[in-house]
Design a protein around this ligand. Structure first.
Ligand SMILES: Nc1ncnc2c1ncn2[C@@H]1O[C@H](COP(=O)(O)OP(=O)(O)OP(=O)(O)O)[C@@H](O)[C@H]1O
Ligand SMILES: [Mg+2]
Length: 287
C-alpha cells in the first residue's frame, strides 16, 4: 500500500478538559502529542484507562480541536470550520457501542445516512450503499432491521455507513470491546481487508493485544503522551515496559518471555501461535 504521505498529521497537540467548578479541576488529557498516521497503514492504539486514547481519536475527526498545536487531516487543518464535512467524510469514526450508532430503521437506510448528509445525489447514494454493504459482506441484510443483528453485524453496518462516504481513513474507538469473540473476528477480518485491498487507513484503539499484533504499527499512550511507537514485534518485545504501562503483551509473546526468564534464548518479537510453533520446533529440532 502507498505510504508516501500522511493522512493525519498531529503536531504538538494538547487538549484540556476544563473543570467548571472548584471540585472539577482541569484535566490535561493530551500533552504535546505529535504523530503522523501514514496513508494506507493499520495503526493500533493502546493505553490504560484514562490515558487519552478517545481524546486523540476525537482530534482526528475534528470532534474536538486542540488547545494548542495543530491537527491536519487529509491536508486540511481541523480548525478550518468550513471544511468540517470534508474532514468528517475523509476520516470516519466507529465507537464502542453498536446500538448508539444506529440511525435508520432498515440497514440500507442506516448506511445511506452519511452520504445523504453530504448531499450526494440519490442515484449515487444507491450505488454507494450497495457497494458499502458488499464490502462488509452484508448485502443480503440490506432490508433487515438493524436492531435484529448481532453486535458484530451492527458494527459492520456502522463501518458500511462510513464506507458510503468514501473515506480515506477509519478511526475505531474500542469498536470491538463490546463484541463476543465471533463478532470481534468478523470485524477484524473486514478491517484487515479494507486496509490491504482498498488501501483504507485504519486507526484502531483496542484493549485486545492480539488485535494490536495484527497492525503495521502500535502506538502506546500514557498520561496523555505518546510513549511507544513501532512495529508490534518491536513494541511488544519490551515486555517489562509494556507491563509498567498497565498493558499486557500477546499470550505467545508472554510465553517466550517467561521461557527466556528460565534461561532460554527465544526471540521476543513472536506475536502469533503459528510463529511460536515454528520457533519452538526449530529449537527442538536443532537440539
Ligand atoms: N468530558 C470530560 N470531562 C472531563 N474530563 C474528561 C472528559 N473526558 C475525558 N476526560 C479525562 O481525560 C483523560 C483522558 O480521557 P480519555 O477518555 O481520552 O481516555 P481513554 O484512554 O479513552 O480512556 P478509556 O480507556 O477509559 O476509554 C482522563 O483523565 C479522563 O478522565
Ligand atoms: Mg476511551
Amino acid at each position: 500500500m502507498s505510504v508516501d504521505r500522511n493522512i493525519i498529521e498531529i503536531k504538538n497537540a494538547s487538549y484540556v478538559y476544563r473543570g467548571n467548578s472548584e471540585d472539577r479541576q482541569d484535566v490535561l488529557a493530551l500533552d504535546d502529542v505529535s504523530l503522523s498516521v501514514r496513508q494506507g497503514e493499520f495503526l493500533a492504539v493502546l493505553g490504560r484507562n484514562g490515558s487519552g486514547k478517545s481524546t486523540l481519536a476525537k482530534l482526528m475527526n475534528a470532534l474536538i480541536l486542540p488547545a494548542s498545536g495543530t491537527v491536519v487531516v487529509n491536508g486540511i487543518d481541523t480548525s478550518n470550520e468550513e471544511m468540517l464535512w470534508e474532514i468528517r467524510s475523509s476520516t470516519g469514526m466507529v465507537f464502542q457501542n453498536p446500538d448508539n450508532q444506529i440511525v435508520g430503521t432498515v440497514v440500507e437506510e442506516d448506511v445511506a445516512f452519511g452520504p445523504e448528509n453530504l448531499g450526494v445525489p440519490p442515484k449515487e447514494i444507491r450505488a454507494r450503499v450497495d457497494e458499502a454493504l458488499e464490502m462488509i459482506g452484508m448485502s443480503e441484510f440490506k432490508k433487515h432491521a438493524p436492531h435484529q443483528l448481532s453486535g458484530g453485524q451492527k458494527q459492520r453496518v456502522a463501518i458500511a455507513g462510513i464506507l458510503a462516504m468514501r473515506p480515506k481513513c477509519i478511526v475505531l474507538d474500542e469498536a470491538t470491546a463490546m463484541l463476543d469473540p465471533v463478532g470481534r473476528k468478523e470485524v477484524m477480518r473486514i478491517l484487515r481487508r479494507l486496509n490491504s485491498e482498498d488501501g483504507i487507513t485504519i486507526v484502531h484503539i483496542t484493549h485486545h493485544m492480539d488485535e494490536a499484533g495484527m497492525a503495521d504499527r502500535v502506538l502506546v499512550i500514557d498520561e496523555g503522551k505518546c510513549v511507544m511507537l513501532g512495529t508490534p514485534g518491536k513494541v511488544f518485545s519490551d515486555v517489562e515496559r509494556i507491563k509498567s504501562l498497565g498493558l499486557d503483551v500477546p499470550q505467545v509473546t508472554e510465553l517466550m518471555y517467561e521461557l527466556n526468564k528460565s534461561g532460554f534464548g527465544f526471540p521476543t518479537d513472536v506475536l502469533t501461535v503459528d510463529e511460536a510453533v515454528k520457533r519452538l520446533k526449530a529449537y527442538l529440532g536443532g537440539e
